[in-house]
Design a protein around this ligand. Structure first.
Ligand SMILES: NC(=O)c1ccc[n+]([C@@H]2O[C@H](COP(=O)([O-])OP(=O)(O)OC[C@H]3O[C@@H](n4cnc5c(N)ncnc54)[C@H](O)[C@@H]3O)[C@@H](O)[C@H]2O)c1
Length: 317
């Protein structure tokens, strides 16, 4: 049975995805997977990258074919800075910055209001953004401000988006965020308070699932994704080594793709997941279950890829 038939399709539904500025990250893959189910896509793009992203969309650089042969259409993009809840909080130094100067209404409350004005109630809210100014520093060397910025940009932004959008979402809708294994395990190199931010995100997923489930009949879930060489991950450094580690040690040998996360997000938005809330779902080829096992490495090592051809390219049933 095909994936499309297994999931009730999302025709006529509307998703707002916060945190897309190119076609390399998890946000774009989620947009594509939702659009493939017939969902309308609305995007919030970080203000400094808004003009360049809009230009790339307008001149066709990001043209993407969907499985059904149609092109991915973006209904509208809004400039967003998820570090601010209202425009009153934006400091003069930011307002005067050349990338912000011409933009208005980019705080979370304003974007939520504009989306409601333009599209009415939405069905899905996806948080696919993170930012920690000191990410390259180990946690033990991170300043108080660096830590607070990481949590503000990457976790409180989720709480605030959920709070501002929930009132304008249809009952039965879904709110999702993207987490990482560093929330639950020590991952060297994932510094600057980002591990703390992801732990907060997963914890808030549970509390918001309760609160917004009771109040609005909304579901709230987190996808803990494996490593992907997105723009953000490339900027942190070491992403290629993380991907190689995952491919060497994870239970599943096929390369993890952004589309795998996109399809899980589409499933979590679908009726098939209508009783799943407050969960962190790992989409990482199973890497999170592994413990260290150096003494018996020969037993756990993957055979060379060519022996796995049938898994990588299964014959049609
Ligand atoms: N790439 C990975 O290996 C990986 C693994 C697990 C989880 N994730 C998570 O996936 C999500 C998407 O990241 P990605 O890796 O796909 O990279 P990405 O670069 O595609 O997405 C991150 C986005 O966050 C935006 N952003 C940063 N600060 C913002 C702000 N203040 N307001 C609004 N937008 C802001 C950036 O412009 C960018 O578009 C993040 O939450 C990330 O932590 C990534």
């Amino acid at each position: 049975m095909s994936y499309n038939v297994l999931m009730k399709n999302l025709h006529g539904k509307k998703a707002f995805i916060a945190g897309i500025a190119d076609d390399r990250g998890y946000g774009w893959a989620i947009a594509k997977a939702l659009a493939e189910q017939g969902c309308q896509i609305i995007i919030g793009t970080w203000v400094p990258l808004f003009d360049i992203f809009k230009k790339s969309l307008d001149n066709g650089k990001l043209d993407t074919n969907l499985d059904n042969g149609e092109m991915l259409k973006i209904a509208k993009i809004y400039p967003l800075d998820a570090s601010f809840d209202t425009m009153d909080e934006v400091p003069a130094s930011v307002l005067e910055n050349k990338r912000y100067r011409e933009k208005k209404d980019f705080a979370i409350a304003d974007v939520a209001r504009l989306v409601e004005q333009d599209f009415g109630n939405i069905d899905f809210l996806i948080h696919s953004l993170a930012n920690a100014p000191e990410i390259k520093k180990p946690l033990s060397e991170t300043s108080r401000q660096g830590y607070l910025d990481a949590v503000s940009n990457s976790s409180y932004s989720f709480v605030s988006l959920a709070a501002h959008f929930a009132n304008n979402m249809h009952a039965g809708g879904t709110i999702l965020n993207l987490s990482y294994l560093a929330a639950q395990r020590a991952i060297p190199g994932y510094g600057g308070g980002m591990s703390s931010a992801k732990a907060a995100l997963e914890s808030d997923t549970k509390t918001l699932a309760y609160e917004l489930g009771r109040k609005f009949e909304l579901r709230v879930n987190s996808i803990s994704a494996g490593p992907l060489s997105s723009r953000a991950a490339t900027a942190i450094g070491g992403i290629d080594a993380m991907i190689e580690f995952s491919e060497t040690h994870a239970p599943l040998v096929h390369p993890l793709s952004a589309a795998d996360v996109g399809k899980t997000a589409a499933f979590l938005c679908s009726d098939g997941a209508k009783s799943i809330t407050g969960s962190t779902i790992f989409v990482d080829n199973g890497l999170h279950i592994m413990g260290p096992c150096p003494a018996r490495e020969e037993e756990v090592k993957c055979p060379p890829r060519k022996d796995h051809e049938s898994l990588l390219h299964p014959a049609p049933l």
